[in-house]
Design a protein around this ligand. Structure first.
Ligand code: F6R
Length: 240
């Protein structure tokens, strides 16, 4: 695991976007695994700028998102489908048909959709998978205890995760109880992994991650088993 400590969120986003831009420049038809949440927003903003100034093109880039809430429609401003369009897809030249977000809206057959997502993932190779980390060590929505050989599935979110994500909703009651997520096995198949960690509230997670112990109790620890994983941590998250 290659650990890079940077000054703040802005520097993390700069470094993060440079790493992703390099992957796109080397292989303009690469496949990216993408994340939502607060951590990648600045990185996406930089990628939008690089696309607008002609430095990179998403014309032939394909993307697969990590996860999606169950039971809210894609038009819901807190759906991850909406987030990705709002923060990246609507502002770059990526083709809609090349973007993929798990489908878990009201009325969908969740088990069937999860299987379809795994089948789709098994047909591609993700060149770079972008990740954030949950306060409890989750990656995607693989909560503590998830087996490392898990593929895309529907997960019951922990109270901690729902509390952490309450900030995006009007109340805790509105935070979905379940999500569909790529499994740890799907994530670990990526050729390279880039994790972004920022803010003092991630310090405990950073301490556990950097302890080096690999355990299903702390899902992100599996990244120690990946041959090409870079973690960018800002000083607040690193020092606490
Ligand atoms: C998002 C995702 C989650 C987040 C994690 C950190 O697609 O899969 O694992 O990366 O919850 O979220 P933020 O970045 O909001 O702190």
């Amino acid at each position: 695991m290659n650990v890079i400590v940077v000054k703040d969120y802005e520097e993390m986003s700069k470094k993060g976007s440079e790493i992703i831009a390099d992957v796109i420049k080397k292989n303009p038809s690469c496949t990216l695994g993408l994340a939502t949440g607060s951590s990648p927003i600045g990185t996406y903003q930089n990628l939008v700028k690089m696309n607008k100034n002609g430095e990179i093109s998403f014309k032939d880039v394909k993307s697969y998102n990590l996860d999606e809430y169950c039971g809210i429609d894609r038009t819901h401003p807190q759906s991850y489908y909406y987030f990705m369009h709002d923060n990246l897809f609507n502002h770059v030249d990526i083709k809609e048909e090349n973007t993929h977000v798990p489908y878990a809206a009201n009325g969908s057959n969740l088990d069937e959709e999860a299987k379809k997502y795994t089948d789709a993932l098994n047909k591609v190779t993700i060149d770079l998978q972008l990740l954030g980390i949950g306060g409890n060590g989750h990656i995607g929505f693989n909560e503590p205890g998830t087996p490392f050989d898990q593929e895309t599935f529907v997960v019951k979110l922990t109270d901690k995760t729902r509390q952490d994500n309450k900030r995006f909703f009007n109340s805790l009651d509105e935070v979905p109880t379940h999500a569909m997520t790529m499994g740890i096995k799907n994530i670990m198949k990526a050729k390279s992994i880039l994790m972004l960690i920022s803010g003092v509230n991630k310090h405990d997670a950073v301490t556990k991650l950097l302890s080096g112990e690999v355990t299903t109790d702390f899902p992100a620890s599996v990244l120690h088993n990946h041959p090409n994983c870079t973690v960018i941590i800002d000083e607040a998250a690193f020092r606490g």
